[in-house]
Design a protein around this ligand. Structure first.
Ligand SMILES: [Zn+2]
Length: 124
């Protein structure tokens, strides 16, 4: 491992607290949520609903998980593990997870085992 050259190091300390302010809301970049989709994260302990639905016109069955108390990043990570557990594909978007195929019972059991005891089957 080599240390950075002096020139590179001085560039690294250039940014200051006031250096990154959002031009739209005048908030520091770290506090700004402009351009990010606004989404309310459900409170932990709320109901997590797992339902089997038909996606699109093709009518393919998908398993949808709603109400997870996770931000988008954590949701995506959980979705990846869930897809691996179910051996199927799917997506994480708009605060919900979607898995291809009917895996409702397996998903409920998996979520409970992962520390989400409020996970329940919803709908038919
Ligand atoms: Zn902003």
């Amino acid at each position: 491992m080599s240390r950075p050259a002096p020139a590179a190091a001085s560039r690294l300390v250039y940014s200051t607290d006031a250096g990154r302010i959002c031009p739209d809301c005048r908030q520091p970049a770290t506090a700004c949520s402009c351009g990010r989709p606004q989404r309310t994260i459900p409170p932990a302990g709320g109901p997590i609903r797992v339902s089997r639905e038909k996606a699109g016109r093709g009518g393919k069955l998908v398993t949808v998980v709603r109400g997870l108390p996770l931000d988008d990043e954590a949701l995506a990570a959980l979705g990846k593990r869930l897809r691996t557990a179910c051996g199927t594909g799917g997506t994480a978007k708009d605060g919900q997870l979607e898995l291809q195929g009917d895996h409702v019972d397996k998903v409920v059991a998996w979520l409970v085992a992962q520390g989400h005891p409020t996970a329940k089957r919803a709908g038919g």
